[in-house]
Design a protein around this ligand. Structure first.
Ligand code: GAR
Length: 202
């Protein structure tokens, strides 16, 4: 069985990247392999995680590619060079250009730390999502894996899981509870998508 080449795109610590790495190491993700990690930030710890598994780690961000066209060209080049079949946004805090979304339709997925369509869209990312959930006193939050389309967090939902929000929660306790779910949901989605890609089902 051939393996799907996965590029993971990140901006920060990369605990979701690590969950995918662990899923591949344990054999749970049996039809995919990480070939590359692209970070929008030079200092992202996720790049260290990439080098530990011998994957290509590159920085393509607004700071080293000021010009949008050149940045897009660099991303396209990196994805084609590695024959990427699946792109996973795992804590990637930039917006992908439409050219890439068009080229990789149904081949780009994103993990978001809320129950989409709640607490998502422009301005809702990372800890800001949890702050908003707590400010609204929402009783439930969760995580969602979805396909990426031209909108922000608007693509078709692949997997979603709820977590309770406790009255005593802080941003830290809530984000930790949601992250735990993310670390199960994302490998599950990657496993599923690699299978479907291999079977030409998507
Ligand atoms: C995760 O909670 C992920 O869902 C979120 O950023 C965090 C990254 O953590 N992504 C977004 O908010 C995207 N809109 P990680 O770097 O430890 O994986």
């Amino acid at each position: 069985m051939s393996k799907v080449n996965i590029t993971v795109m990140v901006s920060g610590g990369g605990t979701n990247l690590q969950a995918i790495i662990d899923g591949i190491d344990s054999g749970y993700i049996d039809q995919g392999r990480i070939v590359q990690v692209i970070s929008s930030r030079k200092e992202a710890f996720a790049l260290t995680r990439a080098s530990k598994i011998g994957a290509i780690g590159i920085h393509i961000g607004k700071d080293n590619f000021h010009d949008e066209e050149k940045r897009t060209a660099a991303l396209i080049e990196a994805l084609s060079r590695t024959q990427t079949g699946l792109v996973v946004l795992a804590g990637y805090m930039s917006i992908l250009p439409p050219e890439i979304i068009k080229r990789y339709r149904h081949r780009i997925i994103n993990i978001h730390p809320s129950l989409i369509p709640k607490f998502c869209g422009l301005g809702f990312y990372g800890q800001k999502v949890h702050e908003a959930v707590l400010a609204c006193q929402a009783p439930i939050s969760g995580a969602t894996v979805h396909f990426v389309d031209e909108g922000i967090d608007t693509g078709e939902i692949i997997l979603q899981k709820e977590v309770p929000v406790l009255k005593t929660d802080t941003v830290n306790t809530l984000s930790a509870r949601v992250l735990e779910v993310e670390h199960r949901l994302l490998p599950e989605a990657v496993r599923l998508l690699c299978k479907k890609i291999n079977q030409n089902l998507i």
